[in-house]
Design a protein around this ligand. Structure first.
Ligand SMILES: [Zn+2]
Ligand SMILES: [Zn+2]
Length: 68
């Protein structure tokens, strides 16, 4: 097999597989075998999948009005 081309995320390493989500061809470093996603999609999938982060990093520190 000749997987020619460079990773679309880093443009440095050779492509090993394509992301199941965005279809980009990525290198070993940027491909997660467990999920079949590139690291980019992996991040997004984690962020948008069910659990939401409790704290919004964009908010200033003073906002503390949650009732828990
Ligand atoms: Zn890469
Ligand atoms: Zn992807």
């Amino acid at each position: 097999m000749s997987a020619s081309g460079l990773c679309e995320l880093c443009s440095i390493n050779e492509v090993v597989d394509g992301c199941d989500r965005c279809g980009r061809l990525v290198c070993e470093t940027h491909y997660d075998e467990e999920t079949g996603l590139c690291t980019d999609c992996l991040k997004q999938a984690k962020e948008g999948d069910g659990e939401r982060p409790r704290q919004d990093p964009d908010r200033p520190d003073g906002v503390d009005t949650y009732e828990f």
